[in-house]
Ligand binder design. Sequence first.
Ligand SMILES: [Zn+2]
Length: 258
Amino acid sequence: MSEPTLPPELVEALQGVRSVGAITGAGISAESGIPTYRGVGGIYDDPEEGHSTVEALSGPTLLRDPDRTWRAVAALARHTIDATPNAAHHALARMEQALERFVLLTQNVDGLHRIAGSRNVIDIHGDVLATRCTSCETRTRLTRVELAALDATPPCPDCNAHLRPDAVLFEELLDPRKVLRMQEAFYREPPDLVLVVGTSAMFPYIAEPVHVAARCGRLTIEVNPEPTPLTNVVGTSLRGPAGVYVPLLAAALGADGD
Ligand SMILES: [Zn+2]
């Protein structure tokens, strides 16, 4: 079996790229051992919560029974406590270093992009390790160990009110400030390359930046083991693991491994 490579015409097209907008989803973290959110073996099959996990992780439950929501978040954290960034996360962080302009829009709440060194990250669904107070302006961060050990709602260190996860729960709206950042990064002047990794882009706000870039004649690439609804939109679909193809793309963009 030969080593995967990029098509030569793609490598050539990448030479002119100065700005990249990357969009990532559960597939990139699956390669770090974080189960994807649905399906057999997914987090929502957690035997403690079963199919009610989605309900536990919802905005209405947070208001009614915050301890239940926090226990469900802690259970998720226990699944991910040993996860570390993989080659694809690291390659995206190198791209940011090498390029004039780089933005990363992620649907993942596991924080692995920041651990890998990415800085300009729009975590559109939030970050489960971040908390915010439901009463005052205080924001804190938990370690993965602290979060995994929680069995009740943590109190605000400043006012003692309930903290909540700084993540978008089911039935909650996106943070409008992050939506604005996303629109500015992807719509005002679309990046030379929009790279979609490990997501089937089921949410319209995830798919739309790819449609916009394609309409504007930008390079669009998808890295996913399976076809997705974006396959007919992007210029190039690379079928295989993110951990293989994203480092190849980074190298073609002048962001080689160390
Ligand atoms: Zn507070």
